[in-house]
Design a protein around this ligand. Structure first.
Ligand code: FAD
Ligand code: AMP
Length: 477
């Protein structure tokens, strides 16, 4: 048996690598096992998020947004651009460079923090030992006082659309096409489906999205979801709700999607297909049976409020445990777990975790939706303010969407904040700070925001919660 460690982390995604760095900062002898092999065939840290998730998708969202803007949205500014064209391989290379810079950066951080990077598949054995099967098949066993499982998640595959070379792909394949499909199908109008559908629509595909649920973005505040839906439609994103894919017929050159909706059986023909029907926790061969690691009813590693599993000294964090499958949630759980192993009393706060959908318009929120508050019987007040009359949004030529603040009717404490519109992904940070600080709408109303700025809409929404928005017509309370 090789070295003894204070902590071995299994998985080097945002949960695992952050946990490893925080452990090392706290003086714990730490190793991180990761098995990722990147597009170039080399081991890489950063997991789903850096390699095929958050980062590459945002790189392509940014590039495709600029292409669309240059082609269609600059004339309004009095800027005439002729002959806009696209170099898609270059766009993909830029994305790949961002990914390799960032994943390489994690490897540097590991070196600087003296964290051992064990390359291969990690498996928890009895007595908190970990076996590592290297990429060449050799196996070593390491002992640790503590083990953190951070093995993340994988895309769900469905029998009605089995992956097929570069024609039927999951999120990973959809990041690497070097030609634009004329007709693109997307299965699932969730975060990933909407983001990837938007990228390819902007680059020229005619996009149809099939979504089995009748409600668009059911987990999102419905006032926000409706605004976004309207704008996606105007952009030409054809989102079919209540449309469940039953089968895909693979032709020589095209794919026929057979689906059913309220009117019966339907078909639509596309050239390529992205399957984005959700992700499942990755628990494949992560623990020997003799360990008895407990799973929950949805196949995730079971943990308590402190990210402890049923095995003493074994923790689990990120996508492989309950809670939202978000990189920043995984990271924060990594920090909390490392600190608890080091003897600190850290605890994860789940009430104000931000969610973002990086489409145009961006959608972002933290805390409760209006639908949740109603269901929970909370008496609340609501203030909304539209970007349509905001000076900065107008200057940006992005004056649509809204900010919505929900607060307890009696205590005025903010319970949720929702955004649809420009820079929602950045504005939601203010919501998180306000909610973590247990602010009221009065606190926001008394705060001075820069003029002209998008943040003024937060100020006004807080005023509106008490029927006193300055630049809006207030409903009588
Ligand atoms: P992962 O990032 O999945 O990392 C797990 C790592 O463990 C991987 O490297 C894997 O190879 C390794 N591993 C697994 N099993 C073993 C084993 N037995 N031994 C060794 N190594 C192992 N989230 C956001 O917050 N914002 C976004 O904008 C966003 N965009 C996304 C876009 C897409 C297209 C996708 C697919 C996801 C996106 N996500 C986003 C979700 C985000 O990527 C995940 O929530 C996040 O990566 C979870 O982190 P994790 O550390 O739990 O797991
Ligand atoms: P998310 O989990 O947010 O990535 O969203 C995945 C979406 O895919 C959900 O809204 C599901 O309702 C949807 N979905 C799952 N299976 C199918 C299917 N066979 N046809 C159409 N939509 C589906």
């Amino acid at each position: 048996m090789s070295d003894n460690y204070d902590v071995i982390v299994i998985g080097g995604g945002p949960g695992g690598y952050v946990a490893a760095i925080r452990c090392a900062q706290l003086g714990l002898k730490t190793a991180c096992v990761d098995k990722w092999i990147n597009k170039e065939g080399a081991p890489a840290l950063g997991g789903t998020c850096l390699n095929v998730g958050c980062i590459p998708s945002k790189a392509l969202l940014e590039s495709s947004e600029k292409y669309e803007e240059a082609g269609h949205h600059l004339d309004v500014h009095g800027i005439n651009v002729a002959g806009v064209s696209m170099d898609l391989p270059k766009m993909i290379q830029r994305k790949d460079k961002i990914v390799s810079d960032l994943t390489g950066g994690i490897a540097q951080l590991f070196k600087a923090n003296k964290i051992e990077w064990l390359q291969g598949h990690g498996k928890l054995l009895a007595e908190n030992k970990v076996s590592v099967t290297a990429h060449d098949g050799t196996e070593s066993v390491f002992a640790a006082k503590n083990v953190i499982i951070a093995t993340g998640s994988n895309p769900i595959n469905i029998p009605s659309a089995q992956l097929l070379d570069d024609r039927i792909v999951d999120n990973e394949g959809a990041l690497n096409w070097e030609t634009v499909p004329a007709r693109l199908g997307v299965i699932g109008a969730g975060v990933i489906g909407l983001e990837m559908g938007s990228v390819w629509r902007r680059l020229g595909s005619e996009v149809v999205v099939l979504e089995a649920m009748d409600t668009f973005l059911g987990a999102v505040d419905q006032q926000v979801a409706k605004q976004a839906h309207k704008q996606f439609k105007q952009q030409g994103l054809d989102i079919k709700l209540g449309a469940r894919l039953n089968n895909t017929v693979v032709g020589d050159n095209e794919l026929t999607l057979e689906y059913s909706d309220k009117d019966g059986d339907q078909t639509v023909t596309v050239d390529r297909l992205i399957v984005a029907v959700g992700r499942r926790p990755n628990t494949d061969n992560i623990a020997d049976e003799s360990v008895g690691l407990a799973m929950d009813d949805r196949g995730r590693v079971n943990v308590n409020d402190y990210l402890e599993t049923n095995i003493p000294g074994v923790y689990a964090i990120g996508d492989v445990v309950r809670g939202p499958m978000l990189a920043h949630k995984a990271e924060e759980e990594g920090v909390v777990t490392a600190e608890r192993i080091a003897g600190q009393q850290s605890k994860m706060h789940y009430d104000a975790i931000p969610w973002v959908i990086y489409t145009n318009p961006e959608i972002a929120w933290a805390g409760k939706t209006e639908e949740q508050l109603k269901e929970e019987g909370v008496t609340y007040k609501s203030g909304t303010f539209s970007f349509a009359v905001n000076g900065r949004a107008k200057a940006m030529e992005q004056a649509s969407g809204l900010v919505k603040v929900l607060a307890d009717e009696t205590t005025d404490r903010i319970l949720g904040m929702h955004f649809v519109g420009p820079m929602a992904s950045e504005l939601v940070g203010q919501a998180v700070i306000a909610m973590e600080s247990q602010n009221t709408t009065e606190d926001l109303a008394r705060t001075v925001f820069a003029h002209p700025s998008l943040s003024e809409c937060i100020h006004e929404a807080a005023f509106a919660a008490d029927g006193r928005a300055i630049h809006g017509i207030n409903r009588r309370r």
